[in-house]
Design a protein around this ligand. Structure first.
Ligand SMILES: C[S@@+](CC[C@H](N)C(=O)[O-])C[C@H]1O[C@@H](n2cnc3c(N)ncnc32)[C@H](O)[C@@H]1O
Ligand SMILES: C[S@@+](CC[C@H](N)C(=O)[O-])C[C@H]1O[C@@H](n2cnc3c(N)ncnc32)[C@H](O)[C@@H]1O
Lengths: 126, 126
């Protein structure tokens, strides 16, 4: 009965690398229609997260010609596949964030949960 | 028992005008720590919405030197004070958006609800 992260996470996750340009990341967000992108290293391990908020910050500071690694957040709040939904919601609330990557024991990204996914659980008929 | 929009909306809403610059809007989003800003006319009526996603789109298209009215969304999905929470969640899901302004009968903005506010309702202890 109790829903877990694996049941609501999106599994088709687009990732970016630290050396990519902010402009290319912006194009990825628009093409995908989402706001968050996990940043992974050469061996596909999670090393950061970059969001449309970070890109807005780059605009505010006149830094849009930079790279992902210049503006990404490195201390990433994550979720695990079998986290109960209440735990995921608690993490979003505590850190005032709108998405958490779901990682496996080796820190590979296996999914993404956004506050929009959480809100869908409250929509009528759910 | 049934929660309504008025109970979870934030009431301190920062608004912007159509003629303001994209750079100034970005500064507003960063200062406030949020992603959405309602756009209002001279007589404080809702005429659009601009988000960090729109700013990312401006970065993708090389348009960051423009104005709010160049990139804002004009057909705004809104909520009303006595909308049940399920209705608000349904609107967010249907239009694939992460926030709705709450307006009164004269289209004045009296609050804002984000998918983060919705997600908080699922956090343990709620
Ligand atoms: C603190 S939030 C404030 C705005 C809004 N609450 C949101 O989440 O977009 C924005 C910052 O949170 C960071 N962030 C987003 N998701 C994160 C996560 N899962 N772990 C750590 N930081 C994250 C972003 O990189 C960005 O710098
Ligand atoms: C379609 S969503 C896709 C990304 C993500 N779901 C989000 O909401 O940020 C992004 C677009 O939705 C628009 N938008 C956000 N809130 C809206 C609302 N309440 N009514 C109409 N459009 C809205 C923004 O202006 C932006 O152009």
């Amino acid at each position: 009965r109790k829903k877990r992260a694996s049941q609501i996470m999106s599994r088709q996750v687009v990732v970016v690398r630290p050396y990519e340009s902010i402009r290319d990341v912006a194009k990825n967000l628009i093409k995908g229609g989402f706001n968050h992108l996990p940043v992974v290293s050469e061996d596909d391990k999670l090393v950061g997260i970059i969001t449309s908020w970070d890109i807005s910050k780059a605009v505010a500071n006149g830094l849009v010609d930079g790279k992902v690694e210049d503006i990404m957040t490195t201390k990433v709040v994550c979720a695990f596949e079998d986290d109960p939904i209440e735990t995921v919601a608690h993490k979003l609330k505590k850190y005032k964030i709108s998405a958490v990557p779901v990682v496996d024991s080796e820190r590979h990204v296996i999914g993404m949960i956004t506050s929009e996914d959480m809100s869908k659980l409250l929509a009528k008929g759910e």
